[in-house]
Design a protein around this ligand. Structure first.
Ligand code: PXL
Length: 286
């Protein structure tokens, strides 16, 4: 069984970050190990948020694992609470590099053209350094623009988006995947666009765009976690991306249908059987 380390916050309420990564990676049949970067009473879209930064604890946890000889097949990072944490994670990856773990980075920084509250203006530059040493990165458009220090715009053509991905790979990432993309003139579709620097291949996949009156929280974390779980199950990246798009769309659809839906996170729990079924079907085939 593959062992995946996921490094991100625990938002005690809010259905995001470790709260979705652990169950989804487990559902894929992989061992999910967690390193919390911060404990938040709830994610940052809430009004009253108590936050404890765990930067100082992260290094001690890494050292304890080193003393135990614990290594990971995959390291997946999400919300990091500041630049210092990026340094700590990078130093850990230097030590891990001997064990050839796959590095999957979701450069969680913002959405809809705005960075989340609490990040210093140098944070995107530091995040870009972590992306540069990754096998797969999965930014949304806000994050891709921040990583490249480009002004945010929504009117990019597909060619221009591919150029952004090429530039992200030029900085070092092996595969760059832009999330939250709709094909031109198809607002009813939502999915991903991928560039692979090893062969120059472009791949895209679009599922149903579940249109809602309010923005959905945590869907990026659900998508990234599903992709990591599928990769840990042995799926090729393009198949893992397609399954994760479909699963995320179903999570949103389950939420939209639920009479008791919460504003702060979608109903990934209801859609988990779909994900497990498809992971199992893949395992049965190979
Ligand atoms: O879903 C991304 C995310 C993760 N962690 C925290 C957040 C957010 C988005 O707002 O606030 C703490």
């Amino acid at each position: 069984m593959k062992r995946v380390l996921t490094i991100q916050d625990i938002s005690c309420v809010g259905k995001c970050s470790l709260g979705v990564a652990m169950p989804i990676i487990s559902a894929a049949g992989a061992e999910a190990a967690a390193l919390p970067t911060a404990v938040l009473s709830a994610h940052t879209a809430f009004t009253h948020v108590y936050k404890r930064d765990l930067s100082k604890d992260m290094e001690k946890i890494f050292s304890a694992w080193q003393a135990e000889g614990i290594t990971f097949d995959c390291v997946y990072t999400g919300y990091l609470a500041g630049g210092e944490q990026i340094e700590t994670v990078s130093a850990f990856l230097d030590r891990q590099s001997k064990t050839s773990s796959m590095v999957f980075v979701d450069p969680v920084m913002g959405d809809f053209g705005r960075l989340y509250a609490g990040f210093h203006h140098t944070f995107p530059e530091q995040m870009a350094q972590l992306c540069a040493r990754s096998d797969v990165i999965v930014p949304n458009l806000t994050e891709a623009c921040a990583l490249l220090d480009e002004p945010y715009r929504e009117d990019y053509t597909e060619e221009q988006l591919i150029e952004l991905l090429r530039r992200l790979c030029g900085a070092g990432a092996k595969c760059a995947v832009l999330t939250g993309v709709s094909p031109a003139g198809r607002a009813d579709k939502l999915g991903i666009l991928k560039y692979d620097s090893r062969n120059g291949a472009v791949f895209s996949y679009f599922g149903e765009h579940v249109r809602t009156k309010q923005p959905l929280h945590g869907t990026g974390d659900i998508f990234a976690s599903a992709c990591v779980g599928a990769l840990a199950a042995g799926m090729p990246l393009d198949d893992a991306l397609a399954l994760s798009v479909e699963f995320t769309a179903r999570c949103a659809a389950c939420w939209a249908k639920a009479a008791d839906r919460r504003w702060y996170g979608v109903d990934f729990e209801t859609a988990l059987p779909y994900y497990i079924e498809h992971i199992q079907a893949y395992k049965d085939k190979i």
